[in-house]
Design a protein around this ligand. Structure first.
Ligand code: NAD
Ligand code: UDP
Length: 316
């Protein structure tokens, strides 16, 4: 199969390219390198079955492919809030451009959506049937609402034009190749701990998230793309069930590094969700998917990755 991965030089996109190549597909990674990096795909650039296209997805493009994984979009709050108008454009025009292409070349398309479509949820855990609690005018809405419109476009192209769609709602994911300065909690804490700095805990640190290791996430995404059963077009949550507070994460890292880590409290960002945990019954029933890598194991692998990155930059 010929497969396009938009956002292919990013954290998740580059792991997805690795996996698709290992499965024997030909892969085109498209990226504008806003938050992604050629370093994430440097090991693939010489392969005959891999191609990198530098392109901004807000502009149309036509490629002959069988599958499209649409991942292009900055994913961390500091990056998606840097140029919020561009974030909305990337989600909305990117989805439109990719859906137009899917329709034209008869490709199957998967949209990377997000747990953020549930906003600050008042239902816990969150099943796919929950419509969410999103502030449409808040500082996170460029991302949340952009993704919600991308889902709307997917469903409307499906109903109106019979485009073969998949929608995955990705919950917090971590692992090697997260960008060092992207501000997400795991990369921040690991890098701060390795540099001997205080860990920046926002608010009282009791807010929760469930952190999924990247290999598990990619397995779920690929399984959904392959799924051809009942309700294939419906959104599917993929994420860990292991709900942890940010204070727990500090303790886990201390356990891995074998020392007590100092923290520094910072104000809680606006509209920061209090709790988040996916209901993954659908992923389990339809895809047979369950997360397998436990948090401490995944964190350990992530610490090793960042140790290597910092050593290359001679920062530790
Ligand atoms: P990332 O920032 O590492 O990857 C996004 C990639 O998209 C980057 O390589 C970036 O350069 C590229 N990109 C951004 N705007 C673009 C544009 N206009 N044109 C072309 N390329 C563009 O983030 P990630 O964590 O790998 O996220 C990938 C996808 O998964 C995103 O759509 C994100 O919303 C979604 N997601 C991720 C998480 C997570 O925890 N990592 C959670 C929920 C959803
Ligand atoms: N957070 C934190 N310290 C940091 C970065 C983030 O305490 O250095 C908190 C943040 O306020 C949020 C949680 O960690 O409550 C997860 O943040 P992240 O940006 O990783 O993901 P998201 O908020 O998008 O789920």
């Amino acid at each position: 199969m010929r497969v396009l991965v938009t956002g292919g030089a990013g954290f998740l996109g580059s792991h997805l390219c690795d996996r698709l190549l290992a499965d024997g597909h030909e892969v085109i990674a498209l990226d504008n390198l806003f938050t992604g990096s050629k370093r994430n795909i440097a090991h693939l650039l010489d392969r005959h079955d891999f191609e990198f296209v530098r392109h901004d997805l807000v502009n149309p493009i036509l490629l002959e492919v069988d599958w499209i994984f649409n991942l292009a979009c900055p994913a961390s709050p500091i990056h998606y809030q840097y140029n919020p108008v561009k974030t909305v454009k990337t989600s909305v025009m990117g989805a439109l451009n990719m859906l137009g292409m899917a329709k034209r070349v008869n490709a199957r398309i998967l949209q990377a959506s997000t747990s953020e479509v549930y906003g600050d949820p008042d239902q816990h855990p969150q099943p796919e049937s929950y419509w969410g609690n999103v502030n449409p005018i808040g500082v996170r809405s460029c991302y949340d609402e952009g993704k919600r419109v991308a889902e709307t476009l997917m469903m409307d192209y499906h109903r109106q034009n019979h485009v073969d769609i998949r929608i995955v709602r990705i919950f917090n994911t971590f692992g090697p190749r997260m960008a060092i300065g992207d501000g997400r909690v795991i990369s921040n804490f690991v890098v701060q701990a390795l540099k001997g700095e205080k860990l920046t805990v926002y608010g009282d640190g009791n807010q929760t998230r469930c952190f999924c290791y990247v290999d598990d996430l990619i397995e779920g995404v690929v399984s959904l793309m392959q799924y051809e059963g009942e309700g294939a077009e419906e959104p599917v949550n993929v994420g860990s069930h292991d709900e942890r507070s940010m204070n727990d994460i500090v303790d886990c890292l201390g356990q891995i590094l074998g020392r007590k880590l100092d923290i520094e409290r910072r104000p809680l960002p606006e509209n920061d969700p209090v709790r988040r945990r996916p209901d993954t019954t659908r992923a389990k029933e339809r895809l047979g998917w369950l997360p397998r890598v436990d948090l401490l194991d995944g964190l350990g692998r992530t610490v090793e990755y960042f140790r290597g990155v910092l050593a290359d930059e001679k920062q530790v």
